[in-house]
Design a protein around this ligand. Sequence first.
Ligand code: ZN
Length: 155
Amino acid sequence: MAMTDTSDRATANGKLADISIRTNELDWVHFGGGIEFKLLRVSPENGTWAVLFNCPAGSSFAAHRHFGAGEYLVLSGLMELRGGEEAGGVTARAGDYGYEANSVYHYKTNFPEQTVLYFQNHGPIGFIDEEDNVVGVLDWEAVLEVWNAGGNPRD
Ligand code: ZN
């Protein structure tokens, strides 16, 4: 059946919400450990959350395990995963994209220089102690809560 009546398309598109954000017009919000972020999107449907991170030189993400795959694109600076290249890990530079598999452990993620990256995780991240016990969970609701509060008051 030919569908030449475009009013059906308008109806279908009307149910879908495109998102467009001028990130340069958003203020950075304190995330933790000196790191700032801008919230781009959360998805209550599947738990995905997408942010820009602004990480000062010498900052790092605490040890964690992914309970959802992650993806990043480094916009400027340098990120060392699992100790960086010299330790057998990954050193991601401006323009580098990476995929972090669901269930992977990341013990060290360091930012030797000021770094901005796009990051999205398709589910929660669990922060872990030295014996890999989950001691905190960062999911889409927690990210949204920190954003709505204007920053993380715990740090
Ligand atoms: Zn990670």
